[in-house]
Design a binder for this molecule. Structure first.
Ligand code: GUN
Length: 330
């Protein structure tokens, strides 16, 4: 049952005690999926596994991070990935190239990293400058070191459910993290109706493949989908990955559904606040959606931290496979 929302800006809970129960985040706190907390715990497990692998095999996983140009958002993402890698015990090497770098030069760097035995994972941050074809660069990454899971060999292995053994798929980090959060909250996903809103190569398509493998009935919806709200309302699991701020409204959500918000959109602060201020919002109108959903990821603090944790997990998995070691089960 869905509780009514108080009109009071603050409900008194006792003499001198006030909690802001009109704030949906507080009122429905148990519905919030704590991606940040889950990611911290996963990173802790990754760190322990790295220490054990190092002790048993003398292996230290290495991740090469390549950034071309100086897109401010990409710089932040790359810094966060390198910091998280170092904290977990992964040797992160940083490769910064000028925005004018040509495709041949970038491919040559990737080939050099492919043949470096200390590098087990290669990440080329996207987007790349216009003069470089991202597919040509991704194609150049050795599939066994493709910790983003973007190479066609890995997307093909994922699509054909090659998920175990030395030649198993490396799975894109964001959808991998989303599935972990869903299974943690819901347990077995089989038989559930899942709607993936967005059909990108990075999130939508691999997310649909992972949910299909988990025996969900999957619909991939997008900007051309007819009756989009109606399609979304059928979802027991709704994954929003369209990059449109707060597009998913309260009445798009089936009561009790699990909502995973992959969007990270920067918008102007609400009127009345400093006009220079911005805030981060997802693809879901969180404050309205949480009144209907059974579980929902916040932005920030939901899917974002899981992407980084899964990058670290993929790096360890790749390092183990390249050295004939059974990778940990995350
Ligand atoms: N740009 C936005 N997301 C990603 C990602 O997951 N990996 C890479 N390499 N670039 C990105």
């Amino acid at each position: 049952m869905i509780e009514a929302v108080s009109n009071n800006s603050a409900d008194a809970t006792g003499p001198g005690e006030r909690t802001n129960m009109s704030n949906p985040r507080e009122r429905y706190a148990d519905r919030v999926i704590d991606g940040k907390g889950f990611a911290e715990a996963l990173r802790g497990r990754i760190g322990k596994n790295i220490a054990a692998i190092n002790k048993a095999h003398g292996l230290k996983p290495g991740l090469a991070v390549v950034l071309v140009g100086d897109d401010p958002a990409s710089k932040v993402y790359v810094r966060n990935k390198e910091k998280a890698a170092a904290e977990a015990g992964i040797t992160a090497t940083d490769h910064r190239l000028d925005a004018s770098t040509g495709q041949a030069e970038l491919v040559a760097l990737v080939e050099q990293l492919n043949s470096d035995p200390a590098v087990h994972g290669i990440l080329v941050q996207l987007p790349l400058p216009d003069q470089i074809d991202p597919n040509a660069v991704i194609d150049a990454i050795a599939p066994s070191k493709d910790v983003d899971g973007f190479h066609v060999i890995n997307t093909g292995r994922l699509a054909t459910s090659q998920m175990t053994g030395p030649d198993a798929a490396l799975v894109p980090c964001t959808p991998l993290g989303c599935r972990m959060l869903l299974e943690d909250r819901l347990g077995d996903l089989s038989g559930m109706n899942a709607v993936v809103l967005g059909r990108s190569n990075i999130v939508g398509k691999p997310m649909a493949a992972l949910l299909t493998q988990a025996s969900c009935t999957v619909t991939v919806a997008h900007s051309r989908t007819k009756d989009l709200a109606e399609v979304c309302r059928r979802a027991d699991i709704l994954v929003a990955a369209v990059g449109r701020p707060q597009m998913v409204r309260r009445d798009w959500i089936k009561p009790g559904a699990a909502v995973i918000d992959v969007g990270i959109n920067r918008i102007a602060a609400p009127s009345g606040e400093d006009p220079d201020k911005t805030r981060l919002v997802g693809d879901v109108d969180f404050d309205a959606a949480i009144e209907v959903a059974g579980a929902i990821t916040p932005v920030p603090g939901g899917v974002g931290p899981m992407t980084i944790a899964c990058l670290l997990a993929n790096t360890v998995t790749a390092a183990c496979r390249q050295n004939g070691i059974e990778p940990p089960a995350w």
